[in-house]
Design a protein around this ligand. Structure first.
Ligand code: NAG
Ligand code: NAG
Ligand code: NAG
Ligand code: NAG
Ligand code: NAG
Ligand code: NAG
Ligand code: NAG
Ligand code: NAG
Length: 489
C-alpha cells in the first residue's frame, strides 16, 4: 500500500511543472489541457510548447520569459509531446507517435536533464558530465554566453549562418552561395587562428575568441549595446527571410526591438523572391514580382516562392529571345562569381547567352568594369531599382513580352469597372459598403499607374480589396486623361 502510494505520488510529481533536475520519464504535452513547463532555477527560461501561426500546430521550445523561443527541436500537432525517455534520449513525437526529432543520447548514461539559468538545456550523466546540450546544437538563435564554433550552423529554410576557420562570419543560401560575409576587423594575417568561437555578450557586443590569438573584434553589435545589461535580454536570430538580426527584449518579454541587422538591404538576400523573382522596394517594403508576361508566379498568395516560365526553353528550341530588364541586376555572389564571368559589351553579352544553349540569363554590370556574368546553373535572384545601373537579360520563348503600360483594352475594362462603381454609389442602396467601394476605386487607380513598377502585384490587389493591407493614396493615373482623349475623338 505504502509502496503503491509512493509510486502514485511519483507519477503525479512527474506531471507537474518542475524546477531542475528533470527526471527520466518526464513528458511535456503540446495540448493546452495538460499545459506545463520545465523551468530554469531563476524562472527566466522554460521548456514548453507555444501555439504557432498555423492552427493546431505547436512549437516545442526553450523560451525566454515564456514567450521568446531561443531553441527549438520542431513543431507538432496538438497530440504531440516532448519526452525525456528512460533510455536517456530526449524525443519530440507527434500524435501518431512518429519521431519528429531526437537528441540521439540513448544508452550514454544520462541520468537527468536540467535547464540552466543561461537558457542551456543539458542532458547529464551520473558523473555529471554533459552528454548533450541545446547550446551545442543551435537551431536558429544564439543567446549570450552560447559559444558558436566552426562547423556549427544556424538554419532557417534554405538559409544558414556559419563561422569559418579564418574567423569570418557568413550567411549562405543552399549551403553554397555566400550573400553576406563579415571579416575580422583586426585581422592579423601573420597569425593563424586555432579554434575560433563567436560569442554575443550580454551587453550586446559580439566578439570572436581564439585560444592562440585572444579576443578579436567583429562589427556585430546591438544599437543599444552597453545599456541596461541587467534589464535587457539580447539574442541573435537567423530569420525565415534569410536575414540575421539582434533583438533586445525587456525582462518581461513584452517589448522586442530589432537592434542590429546583417543585410541592411533585404533585396540583397539571395533568393529572397525565389527563382526568377525580382525584388524591389514598394516604399520601404521589399516586394517580389515576376520579370515579365513570359512568367507566372508559382503561388499568387506567396510571391516569395518565385516564378516560372509560361513556356519552358526546351519546348521552344530555336525560337528563343532575350528579355531585357533595365535597372535590374541578377545577384551574383561567390562561388558563381568566379566561374561565370566574362568581359564583354552589352550586345556581345546577350548575343553570347542567346547562342549558348546552356546559358539562360546574363547580367552586365554597368559599373565601368565591362564585366558580364552568364548564368549556366542555379537560381536567378533579381534586384530592381532606379538606382541599379545594370541591365540583365533572361532567355525566354518568343514572343518576348515585357510588362508595358496597361493595354488600352485593359484600361477600358477598368474604366467600365469604375463607372459601375460610380453608378452603384449614385443609386445609393443602403446596403452599399462605402469602404469597399473606396477600396475598389483606389485599387483600380493603383492598377493603371503609368509605371509598371508602381503597379501592385495581383496578390496585393486582392489584399487591398479585402482590406487586409492599408492602401496608400494612388497618384492620379495619366491613363484617365489618355482615355478621355480617345473617347472624345
Ligand atoms: C500554456 O499556458 C500559457 C500561460 O497560461 C499560455 O500562454 C500558453 O499559450 C499555453 N500553451 C498552450 C499550448 O496552450
Ligand atoms: C506524424 O509524423 C509522421 C512522419 O512525419 C507523419 O507521417 C504523420 O502524418 C504525422 N502525424 C500527424 C498527426 O501530424
Ligand atoms: C554539474 O555540473 C554543472 C556544470 O558543470 C555544475 O554547475 C553543477 O553544480 C554540477 N552538479 C553537481 C551535483 O556536481
Ligand atoms: C585575413 O587577411 C588575410 C591576408 O590579407 C586574408 O587572406 C584572410 O582572408 C583574412 N581573413 C579574415 C578572416 O579576414
Ligand atoms: C598559417 O597557416 C598557413 C597555411 O596553413 C601556414 O603556411 C603559415 O605558416 C601559418 N602561419 C603561422 C604564423 O602559423
Ligand atoms: C600579429 O601576430 C603576430 C604573431 O602572433 C604578433 O607578433 C604581432 O604583434 C601581431 N600584430 C598585430 C598588429 O596585432
Ligand atoms: C531599356 O533601356 C533602353 C536604353 O535606355 C531603352 O531603349 C529601352 O526602351 C528600355 N526598355 C524598357 C522596357 O524600358
Ligand atoms: C542546392 O544545392 C544542391 C547541392 O549542391 C543542388 O543539387 C541543388 O540544385 C541546389 N538547389 C537549387 C535550387 O539550386
Amino acid at each position: 500500500m505504502a509502496i503503491a502510494l509512493t509510486f502514485l505520488l511519483l507519477l503525479l510529481s512527474l506531471d507537474f511543472s518542475s524546477s531542475l533536475p528533470i527526471p527520466l520519464g518526464s513528458t511535456l504535452h503540446a495540448s493546452s489541457d495538460r499545459n506545463h513547463s520545465w523551468y530554469s532555477p531563476n524562472s527566466a527560461f522554460s521548456v514548453s510548447f507555444i501555439p504557432t501561426a498555423t492552427p493546431g500546430s505547436f512549437l516545442s521550445a526553450v523560451l525566454f520569459s515564456n514567450t521568446v523561443p531561443i531553441w527549438s527541436p520542431g513543431t507538432v500537432d496538438s497530440g504531440g509531446s516532448l519526452r525525456l525517455l528512460r533510455s536517456g534520449s530526449l524525443r519530440l513525437v507527434n500524435s501518431s507517435g512518429a519521431t519528429v526529432w531526437e537528441s540521439g543520447s540513448e544508452n550514454e548514461g544520462v541520468t537527468s536533464a536540467s535547464l540552466e539559468d543561461s537558457g542551456n538545456l543539458f542532458l547529464r550523466s551520473r558523473k555529471n558530465t554533459t552528454v548533450w546540450s541545446s547550446f551545442a546544437h543551435p537551431s536558429n538563435v544564439i543567446v549570450p554566453t552560447q559559444p558558436f564554433t566552426v562547423g556549427k550552423s544556424l538554419r532557417s529554410g534554405s538559409y544558414s549562418f556559419h563561422l569559418t576557420e579564418e574567423g569570418s562570419l557568413n550567411l549562405k543560401w543552399n549551403n553554397s552561395v555566400v550573400y553576406w560575409s563579415q571579416e575580422l576587423i583586426n585581422n592579423n594575417s601573420s597569425s593563424n587562428l586555432s579554434s575560433p568561437s563567436f560569442v554575443l555578450e550580454r551587453n550586446g557586443v559580439a566578439s570572436i575568441f581564439d585560444s592562440s590569438v585572444g579576443v578579436m573584434v567583429v562589427s556585430v553589435r546591438s544599437s543599444d549595446y552597453g545599456e541596461g545589461e541587467e534589464g535587457v535580454f539580447r539574442f541573435l536570430k537567423l530569420e525565415e527571410d534569410g536575414n540575421l538580426r539582434i533583438f533586445s527584449v525587456s525582462k518581461g518579454g513584452e517589448i522586442q526591438t530589432q537592434t542590429w541587422v546583417a543585410v541592411a538591404d533585404q533585396c540583397q538576400v539571395f533568393g529572397f523572391c525565389g527563382n526568377f523573382g525580382i525584388c524591389r522596394y514598394d516604399g520601404f517594403v521589399p516586394t517580389c514580382e515576376c520579370p515579365s508576361v513570359n512568367f507566372v508566379p508559382i503561388d499568387v498568395n506567396d510571391m516569395r516562392k518565385g516564378c516560372k516560365r509560361k513556356v519552358e526553353l526546351e519546348d521552344c528550341r530555336g525560337n528563343e529571345g532575350m528579355l531585357d530588364l533595365n535597372n535590374t541586376r541578377f545577384l551574383t555572389y561567390p562561388p558563381e562569381l568566379s566561374t561565370q564571368r566574362f568581359t564583354l559589351g552589352t550586345e556581345a553579352c546577350r548575343a553570347n547567352c542567346l547562342a549558348d544553349s546552356l546559358c539562360f540569363a546574363s547580367v552586365l554590370m554597368a559599373d565601368g568594369s565591362g564585366v558580364c556574368f552568364q548564368k549556366l546553373s542555379g537560381l536567378v535572384s533579381g534586384y530592381k531599382s532606379p538606382s541599379v545601373p545594370s541591365t540583365s537579360s533572361l532567355k525566354v520563348c518568343k514572343p518576348v513580352s515585357p510588362y508595358s503600360t496597361v493595354e488600352k483594352s485593359d484600361e477600358r475594362l477598368l474604366i467600365r469597372a469604375l463607372i459601375i462603381a460610380l453608378v452603384v454609389i449614385a443609386t445609393r442602396d443602403e446596403t452599399v459598403d462605402m469602404e469597399q467601394v473606396t477600396r475598389m476605386v483606389q485599387a483600380s487607380f493603383w492598377c493603371i499607374q503609368k509605371h509598371p513598377s508602381q503597379r501592385p502585384s495581383m496578390g496585393k490587389v486582392v489584399q487591398m480589396l479585402e482590406g487586409i493591407i492599408e492602401m496608400a493614396k494612388p497618384l492620379a493615373p495619366n491613363a484617365l486623361a489618355d482615355i478621355r482623349d480617345t473617347e472624345n475623338s
